[in-house]
Design a binder for this molecule. Sequence first.
Ligand code: GTP
Ligand code: MG
Length: 311
Amino acid sequence: MALLGNMFSKLKGVANKWSQGVSNLFSDSPLTDDFWEKLEERLLLGDVGVETAEELIAELRQIAVDRRIAHTDELRGVFAEALVERLEEIPGTGRPIDVSEGPSVVILVGVNGSGKTTTAGKLASQLARDGKSVILAAADTYRAAAIEQLKAWGERTSARVIAHAHGSDAAAVVFDAITAAKASGTDVVIVDTAGRLHTKSNLMDELAKVGRVAARETPGGIRETLLVLDSVTGQNGFMQADIFNKSIPLSGVVLTKFDNTAKGGIVLSISRRLRLPIRYIGLGEGTADLELFSCRDFVYALLGKEHANDD
Ligand SMILES: Nc1nc2c(ncn2[C@@H]2O[C@H](COP(=O)(O)OP(=O)(O)OP(=O)(O)O)[C@@H](O)[C@H]2O)c(=O)[nH]1
Ligand SMILES: [Mg+2]
């Protein structure tokens, strides 16, 4: 159906792992305390987070009383709407990179192995498919293999790669990439940065410098810093986010490896805890496995397709 996009069809294949337990609770049975306990337990197991789970249950309980709902299946749609509302209240959720005024600069940051380089490649591929020109900036100068990895993505996606020698200054790479983009009229510069722990202050300072150079070189331009978060890390990712945000203001999240997690509830905790929009979601290792995050697709995948058809 038209309402549901690509993300839904891709989620369908991986949804079973985490969604079924929640969806199955909304069967045709009487609404008892046991239901509320099971729902809370499921939400917590799915990494929704204690506060969000408690708030959602309180909200649903109130609606059940107000509308005299006696069966769990009548609650399915109410629950779906409550979830969509929560996700949509964060501005920018599911919004693509703005390419209206080039060069846009997109800086990808995150801890080691979260999926930054892969996301840079997938984004380049998606933008190229839309007819946009892309420069990939190899600002991970820390790990020797990182530059080669980005160059391989450059070949795969026909994006130009700007790289310096291993160990050189990351901010200088960003400067060169933006200069090259301006000279060639390139639409987007995607900056791949080194994986870093939020506790390493020298690396966090390097990131701040990358941010400053990007800002200085594109005054009034479009700049985005996306935190690349591994879904499997769950709630542990939140502390990282707070500290990254202090070095370089974050404008959104790319949630990677969603195909590998059995805890889809992380989506709800991100919106509540970080107040950052989830912009993209990674659903595999291939070039095409990156989708704009869709609240509705997510909720309908969580609660089962029957509901989607009813809508
Ligand atoms: N299944 C799955 N694997 C992913 C996804 N995104 C990234 N990966 C895999 O995760 C691993 C790490 O990805 P990278 O892109 O190298 O991560 P990184 O953040 O650049 O890592 P560092 O540069 O070492 O910090 C690779 O094996 C990727 O193929 C995803 O959405 N789904
Ligand atoms: Mg990398």
